[in-house]
Write a protein that binds this ligand. Sequence first.
Ligand code: NAP
Length: 495
Amino acid sequence: MSEVQLLPRVREFLAGPLGSFVDGQYQVEPEAQAFEVVNPSDAEVIARVAEASEALIQRAVAAAHASFHGSWGATSPYARGVALNRLADLIEANSEELAQLESVSSGKSIHLSRHLELAQSVVFLRYFAGWATKINGETMTPSLPSMHGEQYTAFTRREAVGVVAGITPWNFSLMIGVWKIASALTCGCTIVIKPSEFTPLSLLRVAELAVQAGIPAGTLNVVNGRGRVGQQLIDHPQVRKVSFTGSVPTGVAVGKAAMNANLTRVTLELGGKNPAALLADIDVEAAVEGILPATFTHQGQICAAPERLYVHRSKLQAVCDALKARLTGLRAGNALDESAQFGPLANKTHYEKILGCFSTAQARQQVLCGARALPGPGYFVEPTLLLAQGADDPFLKDEHFGPILCILPFDDDEELVRLMNDSPFGLGASLWTNDLSKALRLIPRIEAGTLWVNMHTFLDPAVPFGGMKGSGVGREFGSAFIEDYTELKSVMIRF
Ligand code: NAP
């Protein structure tokens, strides 16, 4: 075992006092209720964070509004891009500290915090920074009739919507926060962001680094607390857009609240029940090698991770044997233990939900391996494989957002398409095959916002990401995000 020791500045930061970050400064209201941050690796309380009062939320939105109409609004696109690149440099320079904060609050392995959460946040931030100078409208020639020789021209402008409320989940709290911050700021918007109550720490440091990067005070604010804080942000009349990532039920409530508030525009990045399909021609070892990290990285707590695995009947036994052999005996350990192969679930509520799923699976006698809690005190469970009892098996229906993969055989392509689309969700899906011609014929028939071939759960800043059907509204990344963070203004001129 080689356990990473917390940096002295991480210890200092955890000792607090901690609360929110508003108008360029840490804010800890003396009267505020504090909530506890628990390390899922050992169930110990590691920090206490003051919950933002309604008055502080008002101040955060007021600061964001003032910056939008003041210093950030007056910052040129080029200077916005430079500032975001400086923030990326500072995140990179402080990445070990931020990775440790992520790992102790979310249970994410330190490798994953370093090499995915932090490294990718920097990559995404630099990508978004490049867009700052490329957000343009179009010119067009109207076809209005000319009676007396007059002429017309028209153009569109992309104008930043204003103050954005960002609401983020606990699974990749820093990276998902950075996606929202970068999208908003590169378009010229300002933002107030509410992290999950389980992971309220790392975005506070990012907000502090933003000020060091020269981003004016008030442009990026973080208000901490439970769902109420998110609700009050959505209801605020000066919030012009809500960007939410989280579960389907909360997302539906957020979408309704945003419509009720002020017809506030909203993007919803929600959950999924993502299918992966192993076609008859696969190389079993290679496919299993790809499916395992896609499914079980961060203990399966990744929105696009496969939870349904459809395997051509001719390969069912070989795939089950290979998956079982690889999953049995993985060494679980503390998120800071560099040699651990599997970490804890992110919080007690989620751990108890997954234990409930295990009891159901045990009672239904469908466990191929795993489905047990591991000795505590942290929230450790075994990675789990289940064999579905038909297409209507409940383990093929509800999102579990944990280390549970449910397998069902299929016989032909028509059945496969039916099975893959048999879900109210449509976030991601994957096909595993060497038959490219077959894959290209199947792609248009599968209902998913992202479809991977011979890979799964890879995100790239240049490739739009978001859900079809019940998995969400809107797209992040690529150029697609620009539409959501800007208003399109049309200008017509007679001359
Ligand atoms: P969640 O329970 O829906 O919470 C998400 C955020 O919403 C948290 O900050 C939460 O605060 C806040 N919230 C709760 N009630 C609210 C309300 N009434 N109004 C406004 N905000 C409210 O989701 P989670 O458990 O954190 O995250 C797991 C889910 O996120 C999974 O379903 C996963 O698939 C999804 N997810 C989707 C994507 C994607 O890109 N599509 C990415 C990652 C995760 P508290 O935590 O303080 O309650």
